[in-house]
Design a protein around this ligand. Structure first.
Ligand SMILES: [Zn+2]
Length: 383
């Protein structure tokens, strides 16, 4: 018998928690979950000491980490360093994320992610291009000078990733249904964000290829009495994925509790970090568009108080979902693993501890802190 067993843990399987079971891994994939009493005594085993074993976290919005901003360094070494900075927080798959920039920088970022995937950099599964096809009126920290209309050049570039998934955040009202359809037809996954779209415009976009929203509530038209806005459209449209930043700062937790109730549960919610270079770094300031940003009271912000991404990591987002949203740990983990995998159409190979999927998992202690992170059955972080 080949492979490896992870024993003495509480395993979050596809149907809930399992005690007295072992997670079996072979060739980088999950071979099974079996009662410990049935294990072959000769099988090499790791005792996880009572930790919970949960599916690895999949973060769809990672601007940076370990002191590096992807926009500043769209190259393969930076991509690898950013991924490594997030492993200690349980992230086993992520999308390096470019905020609005010029097309050559976007092209360089795409080539960097292609190179990282070709090189087998652990955890890189695609790219998130957040802007520049957004609404200047909702740009937030994005540089107004970088925002542009979506044209054929833009479509050709953002659709050019050779392997992995591409997520593009755009403002539907700035793009047009033909262009949305063109991107969708080329396999690009689309989310609405940094947008003034009204309810009707957003709903039509959701019916024509836009399948998610980026940082629900932030940088978009809110619910108003006679105009439910993009927020209302996202909550009213049953299958629209809602990416949320649960740091207790970007959005009042009550808004997320309301949103989850409105959609009838957590099945279309996804925890993202919107992490900046400060995550996994002792340096709690960085430069964005030539301006210094600082972490103050747990959030990255410019001198004028504009939010500039977050200092959040995925394990912190999971804890936040439990502590601030009143969810169970398995619900929080679901929003960090299988839900983003489904949105990215990666759920055939990732997102849960099922036979045949990648052996990407996290060991969590009783305080929900990460004790170890494994990608393809190999440790990428141990405390
Ligand atoms: Zn944003």
């Amino acid at each position: 018998m080949t492979g490896h067993a992870f024993i003495n843990g509480h395993i979050l399987g596809a149907n809930g928690w399992l005690a007295d079971h072992a997670l079996l891994v072979d060739g980088g994939r999950i071979r099974g979950i079996a009662p410990q009493s049935t294990l072959d005594a000769h099988l090499p085993a790791t005792d996880v000491g009572g930790c919970r074993i949960v599916p690895g976290f999949i973060d769809l919005q990672v601007n940076g980490g370990g002191g590096i901003l992807f926009n500043d360094a769209p190259d393969v070494d930076a991509v690898a360093a950013i991924a490594a900075a997030h492993h200690r927080y349980g992230t086993t798959a992520l999308l390096p994320t470019l905020i609005s920039d010029d097309l050559p920088t976007i092209e360089a970022g795409i080539r960097a992610v292609d190179a990282a995937i070709a090189r087998g950099v652990p955890g890189i599964v695609g790219i998130h291009i957040e802007g520049p096809f957004v609404n200047p009126a909702r740009r937030g920290i994005h540089d107004a000078a970088k925002i542009r209309a979506l044209d054929m050049d833009g479509i050709d570039i953002v659709a050019s990733l050779q392997s992995g998934v591409t997520l593009v955040t755009l403002a539907p009202e700035e793009c047009g249904l033909d262009q949305i359809a063109a991107l969708s037809a080329r396999g690009v996954i689309l989310a609405a964000g940094h947008s003034e779209a009204d309810f009707a415009t957003a709903t039509i976009a959701f019916d024509h290829g836009v399948t998610g929203v980026t940082h629900l509530f932030n940088a978009m038209r809110q619910i108003a009495p006679r105009e439910p806005g993009l927020v209302g459209a996202a909550l009213a449209h049953a299958n629209t994925w809602c990416c949320i930043i649960v740091d207790g700062k970007h959005v009042h937790p009550a808004n997320f509790r309301i949103a989850i109730a409105a959609k009838g549960g957590i099945d279309h919610f996804i925890l993202v970090t919107d992490a900046m270079p400060t995550v996994g770094s002792d340096d709690k300031s960085f430069y964005l568009g030539g301006k210094q940003m600082r972490v103050i009271d747990g959030v990255c912000q410019a001198d004028d108080g504009t939010l500039a991404g977050s200092d959040l990591d995925m394990a912190g987002a999971v804890r936040g979902a439990v502590d601030m949203l009143g969810l169970t740990l398995d619900q929080a983990v679901q929003m960090a693993s299988i839900n983003p995998a489904r949105f990215m159409r990666l759920d055939g190979t990732r997102g849960s501890l099922r036979v045949g999927k990648a052996a990407d998992f996290v060991l969590l202690d009783d305080a929900c802190q990460v004790a170890a992170t494994y990608i393809a059955g190999k440790p990428v972080y141990r405390r």
